[in-house]
Design a protein around this ligand. Structure first.
Ligand code: AMP
Ligand code: GLY
Length: 424
């Protein structure tokens, strides 16, 4: 098969790495890719959010299957255009991608499906939103309705913070994404991510993970896209997983099908778990980044068969073959991230690092400049490893991270701490 992956981050490098292990893959192209992806696949350059351009490229290259990594092309209807052209695609339609693209839509679906989530209200003007906050009190959560590159959520510990967030959103700080605001009850508990594949009807769990969103050790400092992750998440016991599936995921998928917009692709189910009871924080319509890197290391070659089955409506006949293993990924970021950071530093020490089914450095924000791997993003590399225990996976991942020669970069040294300190 000729396969095209859309995206150019660590998630897409991990997807490419896993897909290439499957003998069904004859040729792999990634658009736009990055310096690491270039070492294992062909890279191409076109606007991946332009459905017409994607279809044209796929037809010209005789692509048999397209895997969409990030949410932006999905929200822009790229999967719809591919489906219309008869090209099999992994990823939901624009209508189904609203589960990530609109917070309000997700809350309405949860209400219709009876899925437990935070109490909420929506506003399209600052006055009533502020009155609601004053009435409810803090802590409280203020969210821009639309896609805001992960920055549209403010968990306000005080009323003043919430009021300021409302002003910021209605002043246009998030563009059209903030024209409508959802205000939610603050939920306590432990967060975990649950990944399920859906083919429009059948739901198949493909793993759990936890990420570290804060930039600093001990989960302190500003929020980032994720500084590291591990899989599985110990808080997702079989009971919690079953509850999340039966009470949240399956009713949501049934509601989407009932509305004539069945969900196909991977659903990232962000959960808050308190006393063994999961509630929905958010849905994303893609694999998490960096959670995907840990998941792909555990799934390996079977990932392609699973993605194909999801795209072709054949999930009912599939199961995931699990090894009793753990995976952990450490994000190496440019000093300064998530604030301003310089671009263009050269990364050394990558040649000669072990690359096995147990360990691999995935590239996220890199470009080849004059043959040298150069940092061009905030999150730049993902040192990822698997082990028979989480401690073993962590040891391997940190050995990789330490071997990278990049004075302009940094990484957290405590990825996985919560799971490793767990006593139960
Ligand atoms: P979201 O983009 O909706 O995932 O929100 C980003 C982060 O904000 C989540 O991962 C949570 O840590 C936090 N968050 C969002 N909604 C809530 C909520 N209702 N209660 C507590 N924390 C929340
Ligand atoms: N790591 C969080 C996300 O992918 O949204």
């Amino acid at each position: 098969m000729n396969i095209l992956i859309l995206g150019g981050g660590g998630r897409e490098h991990a997807l490419a790495w896993a897909i290439l292990q499957n003998p069904k893959c004859d040729r792999l192209i990634v658009a736009p890719g990055n310096a690491g992806i270039e070492q294992i696949a062909e890279c191409a350059s076109f606007d991946i959010c332009d459905g017409g351009a994607v279809v044209e490229f796929a037809e010209a290259e005789a692509i048999d299957f397209v895997v969409v990594g990030p949410e932006a092309p999905l929200a822009a209807g790229v999967a719809d255009r591919l489906a219309e052209a008869g090209i099999p695609v992994f990823g939901p339609s624009a209508a189904a991608a609203r589960l990530e693209a609109s917070k309000r839509f997700t809350k309405e679906i949860c209400d219709a499906a009876g899925a437990p989530t935070a109490a909420w209200a929506r506003f399209d003007a600052a006055g009533p939103a502020k009155a609601y906050v004053r009435d409810q009190g803090a802590p409280i959560v203020v969210k821009a309705d639309g896609l805001a590159a992960g920055k549209g959520v403010i968990v306000a510990m005080t009323e003043d913070e919430a009021l300021a967030a409302i002003d910021e959103m209605f002043s246009g700080a998030f563009g059209a994404a903030g024209a409508e605001v959802v205000i939610e009850e603050f939920m306590e508990g432990e967060e975990a991510s649950f990944f399920v594949l859906c083919d429009g009807e059948t739901v198949l769990p493909v793993g759990t993970a936890q990420d570290h969103k804060r930039v600093g050790e001990g989960d302190t400092g500003p929020n980032t896209g994720g500084m590291g992750a591990y899989s599985p998440a110990p808080v997702m016991t079989p009971e919690v997983t079953e509850r999340a599936l039966e009470r949240i995921v399956k009713p949501t998928m049934a509601e989407m099908a009932r509305r004539g917009t069945p969900y196909k692709g991977v659903l990232y189910v962000g959960l808050m778990i308190e006393d063994g009871e999961p509630r929905l924080v958010e849905y994303n319509v893609r694999f998490g980044d960096p959670e995907c890197q840990a998941l792909m290391m555990r799934l390996g070659a079977q990932a392609l068969d699973l993605l194909l089955a999801a795209a072709e409506g054949r999930l009912g006949a599939r199961k995931v073959n699990w090894a009793e293993d753990f995976a952990l990924t450490v994000v190496l970021a440019t000093k300064g991230y998530p604030g301003d950071y310089p671009k263009g530093s050269v990364i050394g020490g990558l040649d000669g690092l072990p690359e096995t089914s147990w360990e691999k450095v995935f590239h996220a924000g890199t470009t080849l400049v004059d043959g040298k791997v150069t940092a061009t993003g905030g999150r730049v590399l993902n040192a990822t490893a698997r082990g028979r225990t989480l401690a073993e996976a962590r040891e391997r991942a940190y050995a990789l991270a330490e071997a990278v020669d990049w004075p302009e970069g940094f990484f957290r040294r405590d990825i996985g701490w919560r799971a490793l300190e767990r006593k139960d």
